[in-house]
Design a protein around this ligand. Structure first.
Ligand code: HEM
Length: 378
């Protein structure tokens, strides 16, 4: 059963694209003229997340097992991922319209007015960069050899092994050096878990109150709020330590062959973003008072001791530091496809593909056949 031929590049404005684009424009317009409450945007984003979650789950069942009929499984996960992607666009359009209306009516503070378009631009830049580097660049190969990619020829067991060993555990790096594995594991898991926590936090912090339910984010002693505070500080600390180790390692290997495995601009950038976050948190806790309620933010509490003047400096620097940290984080999102950090998406894809020896052999055969035919016709 072939799986590759059906996935073709779609560059034209087909009706299946035009309709959601028009609906997005309408939702934006309704929102901007005050006809939509924010629950619309968050509701669409919630359904999008569920669709993407199940679509990704079915995709993994597709590549990691032989369960279920290939064609129907493929149709279902492609449909769910497409639906999730478009619902995400609709949700962002509805929310953008709503926030435009809030801004025009003077209900938004300046920092949030500036934050909205900045984060949107950063995410669009990230999406376009990932598309350009991972999809557009590989399209010629896909168009030539995609028809050879079939679920029957694939080897799910070796795909599962590679997923666990190389993508989740990074065993090849461990076999090279325990230290390098440890520094990378701190950065990789710290960053990935923090990203997951932030997605959940958007729903707890923004969507639940938007649906008219109890706003537990404002209750600093609520166990869920404390769990988030702890998760942010714990994962942030992992990233910070990982970056410090990466920078120390960079100094140690300076001028040696291993230097080529370092990515110092990324390690520095990430270090700066996380450090500015902890200083900001320390300033906030210093102004509010480092009482028991903040103990879940254990790293922020330690940083708050750096402001020993009764909170005067902390109050003065809080707002400028907020801009530095928040816009620094947006810049980091946009930076992902610019330099070597794109390896976080490209390396797992490459390793999973390389685990498929039969598929690669079929591709090699087709290339050699193509070369021979080319020679004969010369
Ligand atoms: C499955 C996904 C990933 C794989 C397979 C992977 C693999 C690698 C490898 C093999 C290295 C070279 C490390 C060395 O030789 O010491 C590296 C470096 C690095 N990776 Fe990843 N990575 C992944 C995801 C990520 C993610 C999500 C981040 C988070 C931001 C990240 C951040 C970094 C950084 C900052 C470096 C440079 C470290 C240094 O300068 O010492 N990686 N990665």
């Amino acid at each position: 059963m072939q799986t590759g031929a059906a996935i073709e590049p779609r560059t034209s404005l087909t009706p299946s694209r035009l309709v959601p684009i028009l609906v997005s424009v309408l939702l934006f317009g309704f929102g901007a003229f005050g006809f939509l409450i924010e629950a619309w945007g968050y509701g669409l984003l919630l359904i999008a997340t569920v669709a993407l979650f199940f679509g990704a789950g079915l995709f993994f069942i597709f590549i990691l097992t032989r369960y279920f009929d290939t064609q129907s499984l493929k149709q279902t996960f492609v449909g769910l991922l497409r639906l999730g992607g478009w619902l995400y666009v609709l949700g962002v359009a509805a929310l953008s319209g709503f926030f435009v209306d809030e801004t025009l009516h003077g209900r938004m503070e300046l920092n949030w007015i500036l934050f909205g378009p900045t984060v949107l631009a950063a995410v669009i830049f990230l999406d376009l960069g990932v598309y350009r580097l991972l999809i557009k660049k590989n399209l010629p190969t896909w168009q030539r050899f995609g028809h050879l990619v079939s679920r029957d020829l694939s080897d799910p067991e070796s795909m599962r092994r590679t997923l666990v060993d190389d993508v989740i555990m990074h065993r090849s790096l461990l076999s090279v050096s325990r230290f390098r594995w440890f520094k990378h594991t701190l950065i990789f898991w710290g960053f990935s878990l923090m990203f997951g926590a932030e997605i959940l936090a958007v729903f707890v912090r923004e969507a639940i109150p938007a649906f008219g339910m109890r706003d537990i984010w404002e209750e600093l002693d609520h166990p869920i709020r404390r769990a988030f505070d702890f998760a942010y500080d714990f994962t942030g600390l992992m990233v910070l330590l990982g970056c410090v180790l990466a920078l120390i390692w960079r100094v140690v290997v300076n001028g040696k062959p291993e230097q080529k495995y370092s990515d110092t601009p990324t390690a520095l950038f990430l270090f700066f973003v996380v450090l500015s976050g902890f200083v900001l948190e320390g300033a906030r806790i210093s102004v509010a008072g480092a009482d028991a309620m903040n103990l879940a933010s254990f790293v922020g509490v330690v940083f708050s001791y750096g402001f020993s003047d009764g909170g005067d400096i902390a109050s003065a620097i809080y707002q400028p530091l907020w801009y530095v940290h928040v816009f620094g984080s947006c810049a980091f999102i946009a930076y992902v496809p610019v330099k070597r950090l794109i390896h976080s998406c490209a390396t797992p894809m490459g390793r999973l593909m390389n685990s498929q020896t039969d598929l690669l052999a079929a591709k090699k055969k087709a290339s050699i056949r193509g070369l021979l035919i080319g020679k004969q016709t010369d």
